[in-house]
Write a protein that binds this ligand. Structure first.
Ligand code: HEM
Length: 485
């Protein structure tokens, strides 16, 4: 018997499988999952009878804390996850156990180093100044519509390539060149979600014979591998040409090569994992942020008010000059930080995460897990539960992140799981905030972004919360000398 009428129908033999496949046609799968989780008190247990697979979907903070932290070792990602995401090879996202620990320790050491942090801050500012602002100014002057989602994914792809390879492929430029790697990555992410639902034997066969959605996957994998080979070869030859500079290059690939981890397989897997981690997440977060600002002029004004005293210290002489901000200048902008967190609560770029029960266990919600049970932790739904965030949980209200003393309010990461929680917490959180703040400040100060009214914005069915139809906007310059008064 259904607890909530939106639940997929359970059929004899095949369990919830057909119901879930039929529901793939829904315009917003994540909203549907959210309605079910709200109606089932945050937890839904199902099975796909044929293969005997049991799955459990949860957005219950006490379960999340148990799965990701207190019983972390009992809930690895599992072999099936690694197979579904085979494009990521043995990289950090796919790894469990000792291999994950080794990779995490290495990346953490590198990303926490002051040299890497200042490299990341410098790259973000330079990219905004030299690519993003000129691109948007051109769009504004031409009065043309642009797809802001595409612009941000190009921007964050360039930024991430610079951090990972030390090379900026300049995908964000006037004329918007074709980016085969990015297209391939989008195809991978779309196909991967089907692999979560279609029985493994079926999708493996489809992949082998390159039919149906798996054809796109096979083609995409070849494109991704070609890109990685080219970038690694280029970096190696650059480094060989300037042998003395190898240890000075702050990008991640150079550091790994210097550490002696130079096997092609390791470098390829690391690079592809980091590109996915950096490009899609931050680009997606920025897209939803501007989507929300277009609907909440009040929030946009408050961020501009917060920026005004910083902008006043900058000399902007001519009407068309544009102000650019350093991340250190923005470090005290509490409202901007709160608004970004509020956007990540409602639109987490990674809408759900995948775990498996290594041994039987009982969750804090009382649900019994058996060895091999699949678990989907639904971050998207967690941000939209009134039992977790209060009756106004569907409202975009940055103020909820600000305490009475005007400082940022602490929210535990098992409740705000956009960056994950526990030992596998996102390693790029600081890089991501740096990039987002520098981009938002420069765009809001120099431009007005207007959403094209008739354009429908909704999430794509993908493991990243991409926008299905993009985000059509028009840009208008703000006269910075006037507003500085
Ligand atoms: C708004 C931006 C971002 C969000 C929302 C985000 C979110 C996440 C989430 C949810 C995970 C866990 C994924 C999983 O275990 O399946 C994760 C892991 C990770 N993220 Fe991020 N991320 C962001 C930006 C970045 C950036 C810019 C980088 C690096 C340049 C990065 C590097 C990583 C790495 C290396 C991991 C793996 C950690 C591990 O497994 O131990 N992330 N991130």
């Amino acid at each position: 018997k259904k607890t909530c009428k939106e639940e997929p129908t359970e059929w004899p033999l095949v369990g919830h499988l057909f119901g879930m496949i039929a529901d793939l046609r829904r315009p917003n799968y994540h909203d549907w999952a959210t309605v079910i989780l709200a109606g089932t008190r945050h937890n839904f247990a199902g099975h796909t009878g044929l293969a005997g697979v049991r799955f459990f979907v949860t957005c219950d903070p006490s379960n999340v804390r148990h799965i990701f932290t207190s019983s972390f070792l009992n809930y690895p990602k599992g072999e099936e996850f690694a197979e579904i995401f085979d494009v990521l090879g043995h990289g950090i996202f796919n790894a469990d156990g000792e291999s994950w620990q080794r990779q995490r320790a290495k990346s953490q050491l590198l990303m926490a180093a002051p040299r890497f942090r200042s490299f990341s801050a410098r790259c973000s500012r330079d990219k905004v100044e030299k690519s993003l602002l000129p691109f948007l100014a051109h769009a504004a002057d031409a009065g043309a519509r642009c797809d802001l989602h595409d612009v941000f994914l190009r921007l964050t792809f360039d930024m991430t390539c610079k951090l990972v390879f030390g090379v900026d492929p300049s995908c964000l430029q006037i004329g918007l060149p074709d980016v085969p790697f990015a297209r391939a990555m989008d195809n991978v992410l779309e196909t991967v979600i089907l692999r979560h639902i279609i029985p493994p034997a079926c999708w493996r066969l489809m992949y082998r014979y390159e039919v149906g959605p798996e054809k796109k996957m096979a083609v995409a994998r070849r494109t991704i591998d070609r890109f990685a080979v080219d970038m690694i070869a280029k970096r190696r030859s650059d480094l060989n040409l300037h042998v003395d500079d190898i240890r000075e290059s702050p990008d991640m690939l150079s550091s790994f090569i210097c550490d002696g981890d130079a096997s092609y397989e390791f470098l390829r897997d690391t690079a592809v994992n980091l590109l996915l981690a950096g490009r899609d997440t931050t680009g997606t977060a920025l897209s939803w942020f501007f989507y929300l600002l277009c609907k909440h002029a009040r929030v946009e004004l408050r961020i501009r008010d917060e920026l005004a005293p910083i902008a006043a210290t900058k000399m902007v002489a001519a009407a068309n000059d544009m102000a650019v901000f350093n991340v250190t200048e923005l470090s005290n902008m509490v409202y901007l930080h709160a608004a970004l967190c509020e956007c990540l609560r409602l639109y987490p770029p990674v809408p759900f995460q995948h775990k498996v029960a290594a041994h039987s266990d009982v969750l804090p919600s009382g649900h019994q897990m058996k060895t091999g049970d699949k678990i989907l932790v639904y971050s998207y739904s967690m941000g939209r539960m009134d039992g977790v965030w209060g009756k106004d949980c569907m409202e975009f209200r940055p103020e909820r992140w600000i305490a009475d003393d005007g400082k940022l309010r602490y929210e535990p990461s098992y409740k705000f799981i956009a960056f994950n929680t526990g030992p596998r917490t996102c390693l790029g959180k600081e890089v991501a905030f740096t990039q987002m703040k520098v981009v938002v400040a420069a765009m809001l100060w120099n431009f007005t972004v207007e959403a094209v009214p008739e354009h429908v914005v909704e999430p794509k069915l993908s493991i990243i919360l991409h926008m299905k139809n993009g985000f059509a906007v028009t840009m208008k310059r703000r006269n910075v000398t006037d507003v500085q008064g």
